[in-house]
Design a protein. Structure first.
Length: 278
């Protein structure tokens, strides 16, 4: 559900330096993945991964990505639409046509819209405090049935505003847009797991994407994960900092004391339900 295949060459220098840390020996290979979908598909085949979500979103102020990241994702996914699912975004601070921009994403083939509060520098519920465009983005996604993924938790990148990563802001979003498919990325890690679980228990349409959480510690972060196993989505955040290998993460997850039914739901069937017809 969550890997970072993005136009990394557009990253701001300081952000690229942070991304590159610990990856010096295979940095050129990772850059080649951003250029060549066939190289990514080879990695997926070796890891036993059938399908991935390509996380992209505009963040010119922090990361360096502008709206062209949406075109990048859509074009990249065209190499194998069955296995590569394009995500994109509309930046609420810069859009002049929020609803129309959502429509244009869908026309491009984008299957999920990503909101990244720490990188876009506004809270997930900032429409309650005057950022009207954000509310219009949510409303249009709700009308069109386009899932919205919201980053929760901290970010290590220079300039990121981690104060905007509290999952509690999703309480307003889930109330105000009750038919909007919402995905909570990262479960508020590493600071806000209790808030995240509260939101998940309160709002049955909110799903949890476990990317960025070390799989071996998943049940430490969420001891009652089995209560919401029908809404948990597998993700890794690879190849972001700290995530070494797709297969390694899967094997660590499979070692957890979960039932086969729960494992299959988290690894496969819950995501299939989120993207019907793909």
């Amino acid at each position: 559900m969550h890997i970072h295949i993005q136009p990394w060459r557009d990253l701001k220098p300081q952000v690229q330096e942070a991304m590159r840390r610990g990856k010096e020996s295979h940095w050129d290979f990772l850059l080649s993945l951003m250029d060549d979908p066939r190289a990514l598909l080879d990695v997926m085949d070796r890891a036993g991964v059938w399908r991935v979500g390509l996380v992209n979103y505009p963040s010119p102020d922090v990361m360096g990505f502008d709206d062209s990241t949406n075109t990048f994702a859509a074009k990249y996914a065209q190499a194998n639409p069955e296995r590569l699912i394009a995500y994109g975004g509309v930046h609420a601070r810069y859009t002049r046509d929020p609803g129309g921009d959502v429509d244009r994403l869908i026309d491009q083939g984008i299957r999920l819209l990503k909101i990244h509060p720490p990188h876009q520098c506004f809270a997930a519920n900032a429409y309650t405090d005057g950022l009207d465009a954000l509310g219009k983005i949510y409303r249009r996604c709700e009308e069109r049935g386009l899932p919205v993924m919201v980053h929760t938790g901290t970010s290590i990148f220079p300039g990121a505003r981690s104060k905007y990563g509290n999952p509690m802001e999703l309480d307003d979003v889930a109330i105000d847009f009750p038919d909007l498919p919402l995905v909570m990325a990262h479960g508020g890690r590493p600071l806000y797991m209790e808030e995240a679980f509260f939101i998940l228990r309160r709002h049955g349409r909110v799903r949890l994407d476990v990317s960025g959480i070390p799989p071996s510690k998943l049940l430490e972060y969420f001891p009652r994960l089995t209560e919401i196993a029908d809404r948990v989505l597998w993700g890794t955040d690879w190849p972001s900092p700290g995530v070494k290998d797709l297969r390694q993460n899967i094997d660590q997850f499979l070692a957890l004391p979960l039932s086969d039914t729960q494992r299959r739901a988290i690894l496969e069937t819950n995501a299939l339900a989120l993207f019907p017809g793909v």
